[in-house]
Design a binder for this molecule. Structure first.
Ligand SMILES: Cc1ncc(COP(=O)(O)O)c(C=O)c1O
Length: 384
């Protein structure tokens, strides 16, 4: 039977993350594995979306998204990211940041071309590259401090890598790329005429004074960068599937056409809901996200440390990496994930999920974008 399936389908497996989520749900555990973000969507957004549904906002949306929502996004990224994008031609709405990423890869690359991703990576960034018939190549961020290996980057770009994927703040390691780092990486992209796709979905969640910098805001970078983000994390609506991309008009136009072919449009009434509520939320909503997550980060880090884990320093996102060696020894991250689940019924993700070529590290990733009662329960289970 498997001989009849395409190679791209045969290589796909359910990720440990989804498998862990299912186990945690079935066994009454606490799921800190998948980046679900189970916090409530802001009431103003829910109410506006309900009104849009009641008012029969039922048809397909324009293929690049509703104009008023594109205008709202243009205003946000002008203010927060320092990106000047024309909402008519340089922004498109997609089915989540994932839809934007897919359309960007399909718009920029020929079959078999190479895409560079930093390791540890977010699995979708690599698996989508593979499924679409491109080739992922990797540059590992070096500990301590997740430093960039510029020589390796330069070598790979000189060797013909066409697209560099950068995720800041980064899932899973929480790195927020500094302005200096981004300037150096940008210089390399310009020198070797490479594109950059930046995934900035955690842009509002940075800690300890780390500033989010959008590569497209740096001189000479807008014209070679596709900036991707979305509402999944900022508005706690991972299941609504609303994301966007901004970039040069010729790429954005093609991305909109590809997204039209793949799924026609992002959900229309939900676009309407977010669009109507964005003004009402205002800047205050977005600036309150980081302190809210910082409090959760502190609770989880304290509980993990008390148990004997060593949380790694983390500059942004709502994920934490915790070193398990003091507690479990050098048992490998998959075994450590099993052990934590058996002992505490807490679902996590093993480091091995974030590297290519079977590489492993001695840490687990835990997500703290959970409701207060679930975080409390996790803290209790860790303390038992
Ligand atoms: C780095 C990163 N990008 C994108 C996504 C998914 O975003 P969306 O729900 O907008 O497709 C995630 C979700 O975990 C993520 O961690």
């Amino acid at each position: 039977m498997s001989r009849e399936l395409a190679a791209r389908a045969r290589m796909l497996r359910q990720s440990e993350i989804r498998a862990m989520t299912i186990r945690a749900t079935e066994n009454g555990g606490v799921n800190l594995s998948q980046g679900l973000c189970e916090l409530p969507t802001p009431a103003a957004v829910k109410a506006a979306a309900c009104r849009a549904i009641e008012q029969d906002c039922n048809t397909y949306a324009p293929l690049n998204g509703k104009p008023d929502l594109r205008a709202g996004i243009a205003a946000r990224i002008r203010k927060f990211n320092g990106i000047e994008a024309d909402p008519a031609t340089e922004i498109t709405l997609t089915s989540g940041a994932t839809g934007a990423y897919t359309c960007a890869l399909m718009s920029l690359l020929e079959a078999g071309e190479r895409v560079l991703t930093f390791e540890p990576f977010y699995g979708y960034h690599v698996n989508l590259v593979r499924v679409l018939g491109f080739e992922p190549v990797f540059s590992r961020l070096r500990q301590p401090g997740w430093e960039v290996d510029y020589d390796a980057l330069e070598r790979m770009l000189a060797d013909g890598v066409r697209v560099l994927v950068l995720n800041t703040p980064s899932n899973p390691c929480g790195k927020v790329f500094s302005r200096e780092e981004l300037e150096k990486i940008s210089e390399l992209c310009v020198a070797h005429d490479a594109w950059m796709i930046t995934d900035e979905i955690y842009e509002y969640i940075t800690f300890d004074g780390h500033e989010h910098v959008s590569p497209a805001s740096l001189p000479g970078m807008f014209e070679r960068t596709v900036t991707i983000s979305g509402f999944s994390k900022a508005l706690a609506m991972t299941g609504w599937r609303l994301g966007w991309a901004s970039g040069p008009a010729e790429v954005i136009e093609k991305m909109a056409l590809i997204s039209d072919l793949l799924y026609i449009c992002a959900p229309h009434p939900l676009q309407e809901g977010v669009s109507r509520a964005l003004d009402e939320l205002g800047d205050g909503y977005f600036t309150a996200l980081a302190p809210m997550y910082d409090a959760k980060r502190g609770q989880l880090a304290d509980a993990l440390s008390a148990k004997g884990f060593r949380p790694l320093p983390q500059q942004g996102t709502y994920f934490m990496l915790a070193d398990y060696r003091d507690l479990y020894g050098d048992i490998g991250s998959l075994a450590a994930m099993e052990r934590l689940f058996e002992e505490c019924r807490i679902a996590s993700v093993p480091a091995a999920s974030f590297f290519s070529g079977g590489h492993d590290e001695s840490w687990l990733r835990l997500c703290f974008a959970v409701r207060e009662e679930n975080l409390q329960r996790a803290v209790e289970l860790l303390g038992e």
